[in-house]
Design a protein around this ligand. Structure first.
Ligand SMILES: [Zn+2]
Ligand SMILES: [Zn+2]
Length: 335
């Protein structure tokens, strides 16, 4: 038993380590380097030699070894182990897709027989996949800020006092589980609908269109979003794409930055929901929630959300009891 646990632990840790060299993973050394190069070139074009000085927060060991950053690494590793234990290996996307595929067919959804060429179907598939995936990320994130029950868990991500690319993994396991379900549901939905509507026209190679967008997102600075390097995409592109500077605003302690920029890739969702805030290269932002959780280590990051949920429940019960008491007093017969 113990031997099995040690072997499993060793395998999972080796897998986590190897993901740092895996070109399909966002926080691989390749994308960490490409983000640096991208920001370096863009800032040099904008500010000349001074531009490189703006990269200092990305390279500073004080940031990478900050207590907050060390908590990011711990959460990254331990959450990986926990989610590997909690999510059964059999619950793959293929299972969801085939379940939905038969569900659509049982409910009368069939081949649309539109006669469209494979390339048209491919473009449509890539577009739908990208838009639904990006919107569902935005919407779940939006809910995490608007519901106090969900915010209790999401505050862990916002408690980072310094941002490093690993802050993307600074999440509570409950949030990790929710986002895992989100990606399963949204991606399986699009793939299964296309498999039924355009049989024999959607195959695995068409997913490359989606992989290309993820690749471009990673090459061009996905890792800068969680960093101290303020980089905007310029006034025109900023309105359409979420720049690193925009996501840094999302992490700001400043009151006028609260609940701004929930998006991942597209800025249009935030503009539609009225939560968009443009970023600037010269913005100076302090990160965190300014609550006690900011200074907590890994155990505190795990337990504090449950304490907050307990408090919310107590308040809810107290409220209800008061309401019932008022109601019974109102309905009591008067002398
Ligand atoms: Zn957030
Ligand atoms: Zn973030």
């Amino acid at each position: 038993m113990l031997e099995n646990i040690v072997v499993w632990l060793g395998d999972e840790l080796a897998f986590a380590g190897s993901s740092l060299l895996d070109t399909s993973k966002r926080v691989s050394v390749w994308y960490l380097a490409s983000a640096l190069l991208f920001a370096g070139v863009l800032l040099t074009v904008r500010y000349g030699r001074q531009g490189w000085l703006r990269l200092q927060p990305y390279l500073s060991w004080r940031v990478w070894f900050h207590r907050s950053a060390r908590t990011d690494y711990q959460l990254w590793l331990v959450n990986r182990l926990l989610l590997a234990l909690l999510i059964p290996k059999t619950l793959t996307q293929a299972v969801w897709i085939s379940w939905l595929y038969f569900y659509w067919q049982e409910h009368g959804f069939r081949d649309l027989q539109l006669g469209w060429s494979t390339s048209v179907v491919m473009v449509l598939f890539t577009l739908c996949y990208f838009l639904i995936d990006d919107f569902s990320r935005f919407f779940v994130h939006w809910c995490m800020h608007k519901s106090p029950w969900l915010w209790a868990f999401h505050q862990v991500h916002h408690s980072a006092k310094v941002l490093t690319p690993f802050t993307v993994f600074r999440t509570h396991p409950v949030e990790g589980l929710l986002f895992f379900l989100r990606s399963m549901v949204s991606q399986s939905f699009v793939i299964s609908v296309f498999l039924v509507a355009f049989p024999n026209q959607v195959s695995l190679w068409q997913i490359y269109g989606v992989l290309v967008t993820t690749f471009l997102f990673n090459v061009f600075g996905a890792n800068l979003r969680h960093s101290g390097v303020a980089l905007s995409y310029g006034p025109r592109i900023e309105k359409w794409l979420i720049s690193p500077a925009q996501h840094q605003i999302h992490h700001s302690v400043a009151r006028h930055h609260y609940d701004r920029n929930f998006g991942v890739m597209l800025a249009v969702w935030d503009r539609l929901f009225g939560s968009w805030h443009a970023g600037h290269d010269d913005q100076a932002i302090r990160f965190g929630t300014q609550q006690a959780i900011d200074d907590m280590g890994m155990i505190g990051q795990w337990s504090q959300p449950f304490k907050d949920i307990q408090r919310l429940l107590r308040d809810r019960i107290k409220h209800r009891q008061m309401w019932l008491k008022q109601l019974s007093q109102k309905n009591a017969p008067h002398d």
